[in-house]
Design a protein around this ligand. Structure first.
Ligand SMILES: C[S@@+](CC[C@H](N)C(=O)[O-])C[C@H]1O[C@@H](n2cnc3c(N)ncnc32)[C@H](O)[C@@H]1O
Length: 254
């Protein structure tokens, strides 16, 4: 972002939201795909536990699969992935994973098709509550009745019960440079590895050649539950915080 550019704002219309995500999510992931993939190889244990809880032969969709780090955690599952980043999908295809390009708000698969779904660290890149609701509705739609999904999002609260998340504790010298509290509707630039000052922000990704900003909406406690309460046929099975991420497992009921 040039120093003369006006500050970006939290979108209030569908077209602003889609433009913000195009510039500050999709284009960024395509630019950082290789670098991002090199740093994302460790599956989160609770996601692995969730996937391994399905019976042999279950069909699972990984929505926003990134480099496919969950796609081969079990030989017993049939995993398919989808993502908006061609760069990350290419990495998946090079690994012989079954993936396709789509937006998580419009997933071109039949209704009631999947035994399970995961959507890990994706919804926090969607910039309005309506759009986050659409993405969750899509996941509910594609599940079979009785099917279960695990959703995780980055939490605004990076300290719970006096315990700071790894994201914060990894910062040797925490020094918030902005000190800004909730501002009008401006998107502030978050200081990496510090507490979030605002739910909607831009998080820098430093490429050797340029500084890129990814849009994030960090979720507060119970926000996922609140959005899911607008969708019928959903039964929450478990919700928890996993080291700075809010996570929810739900079932589609008949
Ligand atoms: C933080 S990465 C997480 C990737 C993977 N789920 C993981 O756990 O490693 C976020 C991913 O969401 C994808 N993404 C962001 N917005 C999306 C959208 N609207 N539709 C589909 N994928 C999206 C990005 O391309 C990226 O692969």
């Amino acid at each position: 972002m040039s120093s003369t550019a006006p500050p970006l704002t939290i979108p209030t219309s569908e077209s602003d939201a889609s433009q913000l995500e195009e510039e500050h999510v999709h284009k960024v992931y395509d630019k950082i795909a290789i670098n991002f993939s090199d740093t994302r190889y460790k599956p989160w244990p609770r996601v692995v536990d969730f996937l391994r809880s399905f019976p042999c032969g279950s069909l699972i969709l990984d929505v926003g699969c990134g480099n496919g780090k969950y796609m081969n955690i079990s030989n017993d599952l049939m995993m398919i992935g989808c993502d908006r980043s061609e760069g990350l999908l290419k990495i998946c295809r090079d690994r012989y994973f079954q993936v396709f390009l789509c937006d998580c708000m419009n997933i071109p698969v039949p209704t009631n098709m999947f035994d399970g779904a995961i959507c890990i660290a994706v919804l926090h890149h969607i910039s309005t509550e309506e759009r986050r609701l659409s993405a969750l509705k899509e996941i509910v739609r594609l599940l079979k009745p009785g099917g279960q999904a695990l959703i995780t999002v980055w939490a605004k609260e990076q300290e719970l019960d006096n315990k700071k998340s790894t994201y914060i504790t990894k910062n040797a010298k925490a020094c918030p440079v902005h000190g800004n509290t909730e501002t009008k509707n401006e998107l502030i630039i978050h200081t990496p590895r510090t507490e979030f000052q605002q739910s909607d922000c831009l998080v820098p990704w430093n490429k050797p050649t340029e500084k890129l900003l990814r849009y994030y909406h960090v979720f507060i406690k119970d926000e996922l539950e609140h959005i899911l309460s607008h969708i019928s046929r959903v039964k929450i099975i478990n919700s928890y915080n996993d080291d700075g991420n809010w996570c929810i497992i739900f079932m589609k009921i008949a």
